[in-house]
Design a protein around this ligand. Structure first.
Ligand SMILES: Cc1cc2nc3c(=O)[nH]c(=O)nc-3n(C[C@H](O)[C@H](O)[C@H](O)COP(=O)(O)OP(=O)(O)OC[C@H]3O[C@@H](n4cnc5c(N)ncnc54)[C@H](O)[C@@H]3O)c2cc1C
Length: 391
């Protein structure tokens, strides 16, 4: 069957952008395509903020407005309403990183619970996202993953992590919302997988509340998925899986090399793509038990998901399949999917300018390769700018 190339439609992709906003986005991606500029810019930005120089306004008008919804959830309301008007839902993500005290972990939990209530009041928000290490020390997650015995203090600390996790999932369950739990580094992930599974047993019985994340750059993930599916069937809980490729490849490979164990990462990009496709096709063959959130900026993966849905007789708006991209990236995928009726959401980071800088620097660094994502964004933006000139 010939598949319509819907992602080429830039009129739909950028319908929300004025001419001026298109030029601004084009300028931003062009700047980010320059690796030296990104390096120097990232350094200067962090330093200036540290020294209290008045750069906040400039950052806010440029890279911040490209990738973030606002400083508070209320600031994000105009953004989420504009997206929803085009059929795209929002996932709010309070992107404050690098906090590591018990008070910070409690504050992160309280913020997520506040967001559950905010989402209840704003139906444009369909899902929530959360990162395990925002709720407890990384080293503790690692120790639990490694099955090492904990001291009495650590046992109490771990219990607090479990309770925070539970409080958020319970609040989401009561509000009839869904929560996507991020996957992180392999050396802490076993503890997260076990805890997410426990949450699924608690809150995914009568309806779906909790999704785990499958990082398809890991060669062991399809087996993990199949095992989890078997347990879900035998124990009577619904399975939600966010599938992504994975964000920590270099770190994973370096650690495996340094410590002399087999790398948990697929040998090359093709192998990762195959794992992603296998996971996607397994899930879409079993949508009676498994719901999926396809988190990708890859056009082929998105087309494949659409095709497999059609092959399995699932209409675009079937609630067991959602697509998601980051705010500020791959609008051609998000808005064209939504236009065709697919469930689509943007992950919208928000938070005070100073606090989201690490997130913004990561986005800029990720976009430095002009051959990849940036090149594609630039081509699409230019195409739309030219199309409008002819209007
Ligand atoms: C909504 C959303 C949620 C996300 N949540 C998470 C999360 O919870 N955890 C997480 O880790 N990431 C998460 N990500 C990031 C994601 O894992 C990818 O890093 C990112 O989306 C790029 O992959 P892609 O499928 O969009 O595109 P592509 O450009 O097709 O793929 C790039 C990815 O392929 C893999 N890859 C590249 N080169 C190689 C190679 N040589 N060998 C093996 N693999 C290779 C890497 O994973 C790389 O990131 C999320 C992304 C989105 C959009």
């Amino acid at each position: 069957m010939h598949q319509e190339k819907i992602f080429e439609n830039t009129e739909i992709a950028f319908a929300l952008k004025s001419k001026q906003e298109l030029s601004k986005a084009h300028f931003m991606f062009r700047m980010m395509g320059n690796a030296t500029l990104v390096k120097v810019g990232s350094f200067l930005t962090s330093k200036s903020l540290e020294l209290g120089l008045p750069v906040k306004g400039l950052i806010k008008k440029t890279i911040y407005s490209q990738f973030c919804g606002g400083e508070t959830e209320e600031d994000c309301i105009p953004v989420i309403k504009r997206l929803f008007d085009k059929g795209v839902s929002s996932i709010m993500d309070f992107s404050v990183e690098g906090k590591a005290s018990e008070a910070d972990f409690d504050a992160a939990m309280n913020k997520k619970i506040e967001l559950v209530h905010f989402a209840q009041a704003n139906t444009e928000i369909s899902l929530l996202a959360m990162k395990p290490t925002a709720l407890g020390r990384f080293a503790l997650w690692q120790k639990v993953s490694e099955d090492k015995s904990l001291t009495e203090d650590e046992k109490a600390e771990w219990e607090r992590v479990v309770n925070r996790f539970d409080a958020i999932c319970k609040a989401a369950y009561e509000a009839k919302l869904r929560v996507l739990i991020d996957a992180e580094e392999t050396w802490m992930q076993d503890a997260a997988d076990d805890l997410v599974e426990l949450m699924m047993k608690r809150y995914n019985k009568e309806r779906l509340t909790v999704y785990n994340t499958l990082q398809c750059y890991r060669w062991d993930r399809v087996d993990y998925l199949k095992g989890l599916h078997e347990r879900a069937k035998s124990e009577g809980f619904k399975l939600g899986m966010k599938i992504v490729r994975g964000a920590y490849m270099e770190k994973e490979r370096e650690r495996a090399e340094e410590m002399g164990y087999k790398s948990p990462i697929c040998e090359d990009k093709n192998a990762t793509d195959r794992t992603f496709n296998d996971a996607l096709s397994y899930i879409l063959d079993h949508t009676e038990d498994i719901s999926v959130f396809v988190g990708t900026h890859n056009e082929d993966s998105s087309y494949l998901a659409m095709k497999l849905m059609a092959d399995n007789g699932l209409p675009p708006n079937n609630n067991s399949v959602w697509f998601g991209q980051l705010y500020g990236m791959s609008d051609h995928i998000s808005f064209n999917l939504a236009k065709k009726g697919y469930n689509t959401a943007k992950l919208i980071p928000f938070g005070p300018v100073k606090e989201v800088i690490p997130y913004l620097i990561r986005r800029a660094e990720e976009n430095t390769s002009v051959s990849g994502q940036t090149g594609r964004e630039l081509t699409l933006l230019s195409k739309e700018m030219k199309r409008r000139q002819k209007e």
